[in-house]
Design a protein around this ligand. Structure first.
Ligand code: FE2
Length: 198
C-alpha cells in the first residue's frame, strides 16, 4: 500500500494559537465573512508576542522569492505559506487561480499593486494599475476572485521582507502576465513551487 505524505506542518512557538485562530475564521461562512475575519486574525497574530514563525522564513533565497508552506489544514483545506522577499525581489502581475487569499506583512515592507482587467483577446490581457499599497508589519489584505490581479514587491533596497499568506486551498499553479506593449500583457500558466521549510 502506498504511503501518504504528511501534510506540511512545521513546529514553531504559537503554532496551536495560530491554527486555532485561522480555523475559527475559516468556519464563519462565505468568502467575504471568512476573508474579513482572517484579515483581523492575521493582524492580531502578527502582533502577538506568543507567535514566532519558524526561523527558516527569515532566510531569503538569492534567485527567487521563497515560498515555504508551513501548515496545511486537513479539516478545512486551507494552506499557510510564508514568503521571503530579498531586496528587489517581486512578482509579475499574476492571478490566484480562483482562490481567495489573505496576506499579511510579518516583517519589512511590501509594495502591493492591484490591476484592473480592461479587456482580453485570447491570451493577451490589457491591464491598468488600479491602486497600490505600501504595507508594513501588522497589515493584512485580502483577494477575492475575480478581483485578483496584482503584483507584490519588496519595497526596500537592503532589508528582507516576510509575508504570510492564507490560501483557500494549496495554490499549485497560477497565471502570470508579462508585458507586451503598452497596457497589453501575455498570459503564461505557471506551476508554483515551494521551497524547503525546516
Ligand atoms: Fe499573489
Amino acid at each position: 500500500m502506498a504511503s501518504v505524505a504528511p501534510l506540511p506542518d512545521l513546529d514553531f512557538p504559537g503554532h496551536d494559537k495560530l491554527v486555532a485562530a485561522i480555523d475559527h475564521s475559516v468556519s464563519l461562512g462565505d468568502e467575504h465573512a471568512v476573508t474579513a475575519s482572517l484579515r483581523n486574525t492575521l493582524c492580531a497574530l502578527i502582533r502577538d508576542p506568543d507567535v514566532h514563525l519558524p526561523d527558516c522564513v527569515h532566510s531569503a533565497i538569492a534567485d527567487h522569492y521563497a515560498r515555504r508552506e508551513i501548515y496545511r489544514s486537513a479539516k478545512h483545506g486551507y494552506s499557510v505559506v510564508a514568503m521571503t522577499w530579498g531586496p528587489g525581489q517581486g512578482t509579475p502581475i499574476h492571478d490566484h487561480s480562483g482562490l481567495w487569499c489573505v496576506e499579511g506583512v510579518w516583517d519589512g515592507e511590501l509594495e502591493i499593486t492591484q490591476y484592473e482587467l480592461l479587456e482580453r483577446d485570447g491570451d493577451r490581457f490589457r491591464f491598468r494599475a488600479a491602486g497600490g499599497m505600501h504595507a508594513g508589519p501588522g497589515s493584512a489584505g485580502s483577494l477575492i476572485p475575480p478581483h485578483e490581479y496584482h503584483t507584490i514587491a519588496n519595497a526596500s533596497d537592503d532589508a528582507v521582507a516576510v509575508s504570510l499568506h492564507i490560501y483557500q486551498a494549496p495554490m499549485e499553479c497560477c497565471s502570470k502576465f508579462f508585458p507586451q506593449s503598452g497596457e497589453w500583457f501575455l498570459r503564461t500558466d505557471s506551476a508554483l513551487k515551494t521551497d524547503q521549510a525546516a
